[in-house]
Design a protein around this ligand. Structure first.
Ligand code: NAD
Length: 248
């Protein structure tokens, strides 16, 4: 590792497990200090404890404005916000209930909206980078992911709106979206557990990636290092697809 994020102060939602955990580990390895923000306090606090003085845990439910304000109040300045926390609801338009649809949006869209909005005072004085975790399914829809598709497409476009606003206001804040293909993390196990035929669904995940496999969390952490670093200073409002070719 080369200290590409030396001196950066990062805040990673959903940082306790999966992609968030991989991002946290890589950011710390690259010299950043990291706030791990998650609804899962036990796992998040254990990770912060393991990684030492460069990290700390803060409790956060991204769907709650009150929770965001309380978590951000513990931070002086933030250079990098990764809006990574998310859930996946499996089901077609006929299967997904209104409550499930609303819950998906509360976490995956409202959560990103609140993060982008309330981080501004912490980021504007020194500038920074916001990274919103969308998905390949925010680009290419799948019949059995109606709520998730819609939520991730909303994240894609909200990102562009933020990027344009920051540029127009001459804030030195960039905002980009990352679009992973299927990456083997706990979220995939949760989706498989919702399926009547987990083996067939897993085979479908693999077959939908021309590269012939699922991705690794480290492969998403890598693009998040680039976007957090000053190397990406000219990138804003862009969709970074790291998806094994699945959106070609
Ligand atoms: P994961 O389930 O392993 O981790 C999600 C983390 O978010 C967990 O630590 C969980 O506790 C936290 N979280 C859930 N709800 C929360 C809330 N309301 N407030 C705060 N934290 C909350 O999932 P993952 O695979 O690491 O996914 C991370 C992000 O990447 C999600 O936005 C997901 O939609 C996206 N993504 C994942 C994949 C994939 O295949 N794994 C693909 C594309 C996009």
């Amino acid at each position: 590792m080369t200290g590409r994020l030396s001196g950066k102060r990062a805040f990673v939602t959903g940082g306790a497990s999966g992609l968030g955990e991989a991002i946290v580990r890589r950011y710390v390895a690259e010299g950043a200090s990291v706030v791990i923000a998650d609804i899962d306090a036990a796992t998040g606090a254990a990770l912060a404890n393991e990684l030492g003085a460069k990290t700390r845990f803060v409790s956060l439910d991204v769907s709650s404005e009150e929770s965001w304000l309380a978590a951000l109040a513990t931070c002086d300045a933030i250079d990098v916000l990764v809006n990574n926390a998310g859930i996946t609801t499996l089901g077609s338009i006929e299967e997904v209930t209104l409550d499930q649809f609303r819950h998906e949006f509360d976490v995956d869209v409202v959560g990103v909206f609140l993060g982008c909005k309330h981080v501004i005072p912490k980021m504007r004085p020194q500038g920074g980078s916001i990274i919103n975790m969308s998905s390949m399914t925010g680009v290419r829809a799948q019949a059995n992911l109606a709520a998730y598709n819609a939520a991730k497409a909303a994240v894609t476009h909200l990102t562009k709106s933020c990027a344009l606003h920051f540029a127009q206001q001459k804030y030195d804040i960039r905002c980009n979206s990352v679009h992973p293909g299927a990456i083997h993390t706990p979220i995939i196990d949760k989706v498989l557990a919702q399926s009547d035929d987990p083996e067939a669904l897993y085979a479908f995940f693999v077959s939908s990636h021309p590269i012939g496999r699922l991705g690794k969390p480290e492969e998403i952490a890598a693009i998040c290092v680039y976007l957090a670093s000053d190397e990406s200073a000219f990138a804003t409002g862009a969709e970074f697809r790291v998806d094994g070719g699945s959106t070609i």
